[in-house]
Ligand binder design. Structure first.
Ligand code: GLU
Length: 262
């Protein structure tokens, strides 16, 4: 399906975008996404956000300049930072008369039948109410996305859960390149590919920035998971102006990964 036809859309933003590279939460960026999401809601789309940034914000609040190695310190930072994260989402979305809701989930919750049913029912109800769910991993009880992924896999599992049509992964790169563009000048942007194509995993490698533990590999793997329930995935730069409304207007930006329909 083309982006324009997507009804339910999961939008995932990583730590480096939400926190302006660790310089505290980027209110301006969050307000711009809120504005775009308000116009998508008006146009009849349903939108959910999966946002990390809790650890980065928690580190800032605790005055830590270096990301600790100790997992329990990271979990503690996430608990501190989550408070700030939801405050900023709430106030930025309120400017556009939108209500937000905090949802903390784990992969294990979604693998458990009753919890999965409850999570789906809650999200469906919030969407019907026109509320924008802001989802993060529950870092107090698990460490999956802290260790690897920066919520890329969680976003894909949420896409499966609510049968979303499109997963938009916003990142600090322009999309998926044939090689790491920071290291290889010959790298070119891949505009279209089939989600789950093993060649993509090789291309993506495992490069990750300092602030997050994501990188392209977990995004490519997320697209593969999203495709299991028929969703397409777009990996695009969160720094691109009006990225969400332009993607939904059908503009080709970033990398578009579609399920294999053959
Ligand atoms: N859930 C974590 C967060 O919100 C994952 C990102 C990370 O490991 O920095 O910060």
């Amino acid at each position: 399906m083309t982006a324009q036809k997507a009804k339910r859309i999961v939008i995932k933003v990583g730590s480096s975008l939400v926190t302006n590279n660790g310089e505290g939460l980027d209110h301006a960026a969050i307000a711009l996404w809120a504005e775009q999401m308000a116009s998508l809601l008006k146009a009849g789309h349903e939108v959910l956000m999966v946002s990390s940034g809790a650890i980065a914000e928690g580190m800032q609040r605790l005055g830590w300049t270096q990301r600790p190695q100790d997992i329990h310190q990271l979990q503690a930072a996430a608990a501190v930072g989550q408070m700030g994260l939801v405050q900023v989402y709430e106030s930025c979305f309120a400017r556009f008369n939108l209500r937000t809701a905090q949802i903390l989930l784990t992969n294990a919750d979604l693998a458990h039948a009753e919890r999965n049913t409850n999570a789906k029912a809650t999200l469906d109800t919030l969407l019907k109410l026109g509320v924008v769910p802001i989802i993060n991993e529950n870092d107090t009880v698990v460490t999956d996305e802290i260790k690897f992924g920066d919520n890329d896999s969680l976003a894909a599992l949420v896409t499966n859960l609510i049968h979303a049509d499109l997963l938009i992964i916003l990142t600090d790169q322009g999309g998926l390149y044939t090689a790491d563009p920071r290291q290889d000048a010959t790298a070119t942007l891949l505009t279209d590919a089939i989600a789950g194509d093993p060649a993509l995993e090789k291309m993506a490698g495992a490069a990750a920035s300092e602030l997050s533990k994501g990188g392209m590999l977990t995004k490519v793997l997320a697209a593969k998971i999203a495709a299991q329930t028929g969703a397409s995935t777009v990996i695009a730069s969160g720094h691109e102006p009006n990225i969400l409304t332009r993607l939904l207007a059908g503009e080709k930006i970033g990398t578009y990964l579609t399920p294999n329909t053959k």
